[in-house]
Design a binder for this molecule. Structure first.
Ligand code: TPP
Length: 371
């Protein structure tokens, strides 16, 4: 039996259309089948895939993740504060390492404790160790979508033993390449606050899909322009541009992300994922106050480097700086193929604005109805 193909068939029966992947050696005959059957989004870090998957789902897609079980470790905060509090589905098909015929000592500790971790976090899981378990895999994927929860399917390496799947072919070799890193790295001094900037761009944001960084930036957006097409983050710090990326991949309307320097430096791989998928309808505004604003303006190291250049290095070609609200509005209004990255210096100062009086599930529901 070709077990790898049988798993693909199950995913298709469940209506999965997009698969986020980060490889495990035990799945090397399974992974080549994914781009042949689904849209594949190869990841550089599983946690970023959690954000992209949330955006894909909210835009009407049906994503799943195929990763190594270790990747669940670096995704736990995002799974818990994003998927578990906004009630979002995500089937995670994980190659379960550390338990069956494991030769790598480093895999054993987390692999052994993983079921207990999932149990304690209220994340349902299933162990698939033989082809006869595949009907249960199908049920688990369906349940993830029916009950709006992540559902982990732990594939024991045992399940692939004796499979008739073809051996994976060798990968194409890297080609010569060059990049245009030409951008201004002179950062003008900040003269306006993030709230000044958000208020000034309200005419542009009105009616658009807007995703805002955790904490004060979301509260400032709520105070300046509350609308159902705003997705306010209340947790999963560092995922805002990943969610925006997923939303922009999953549907056609323009998506504007309000990100921060701390968040980008926390998860810079998200910039690479944006460049890789290159959704033309995505604009990331990076409010750079050289501080962790929401937690009391503790300095970040963004003052020692250039975020716009970082975006270029990651492969985002359409970048600019906008030092005033007027410049930001005109940069936004200037047509240009995305993904776009606008680097905006702002004062390290938070507006005194109230909390958002909506639950996470309410934010998600009205957002999904509106977009
Ligand atoms: C994993 C994790 N670490 C730390 C925090 C606490 N935290 C919340 S917001 C924030 C800083 C936000 O800074 P930035 O992303 O630059 O946005 P700003 O508020 O400055 O606009 C931090 C450290 C968190 N929520 N999650």
């Amino acid at each position: 039996m070709n077990v790898e193909q049988a798993v693909i068939d199950v995913m298709k029966q469940c209506g999965i259309d997009t698969v986020l992947t980060l490889p495990c050696d035990r799945m090397k005959n399974f992974l080549p089948l994914i781009p042949k059957n689904f849209r594949e989004i190869p990841l550089s870090r599983e946690e970023g895939g959690v954000g992209i998957a949330a955006g894909l789902y909210m835009s009407g897609k049906k994503p799943a993740m195929v990763i190594q079980s270790t990747g669940i470790g670096n995704s736990l905060t995002a799974l818990s504060s994003l998927h578990k509090t906004y009630d979002l589905p995500l089937p995670i098909l994980a190659s379960w390492r550390g338990v069956y015929k494991e030769s790598i000592q480093a895999q054993v500790h987390f692999g052994k404790f993983l079921p207990g971790v999932l149990d304690n976090m209220g994340i349902p899981y299933l162990v698939a160790e033989k082809p006869a378990d595949l009907p249960a895999v199908r049920k688990a994927i369906d349940q993830s979508y029916k009950e709006n929860t992540p559902y982990v399917i732990l594939f024991s390496p045992k399940i692939w033993e004796g499979s008739t799947a073809k051996e994976a072919e060798s990968a194409p070799q890297p080609q010569e390449r060059s990049f245009d890193l030409n951008c201004s790295t002179r950062m003008p001094r900040a003269t306006e606050t993030r709230f000044d900037m958000i208020k000034a761009i309200v005419p542009y944001l009105r009616g658009k899909i807007v995703v805002s960084n955790i904490g004060v930036p979301s509260k400032e957006l709520y105070a300046a322009l509350d609308q159902p097409t705003n997705f306010y983050m209340t947790g999963s710090w560092g995922e805002v541009s990943a969610i925006g990326n997923g939303l922009a991949i999953g549907q056609q309307k323009e998506v504007v992300v309000l990100d921060g320097d701390g968040s980008i430096l926390f998860n810079p791989n998200t910039l690479g994922m944006i460049a890789q998928e290159s959704p033309e309808n995505l604009t990331v505004i990076a409010f750079d106050n050289s501080a962790h604003g929401s937690t009391g303006n503790q300095p970040t190291y963004s003052s020692r480097m250039d975020l716009e250049l970082l975006a270029r290095v990651y492969g985002i070609g359409n970048t600019t700086k906008a030092a005033t609200a007027k410049e930001l509005l005109s940069a936004l209004e200037k047509a240009g193929k995305g993904p776009r990255f606008i680097h905006v210096p702002v004062l390290a100062k938070n507006a005194d604005v109230p909390n958002i009086p909506l639950s996470n599930v309410d934010i998600k529901k009205r957002f999904m109805e509106a977009i």
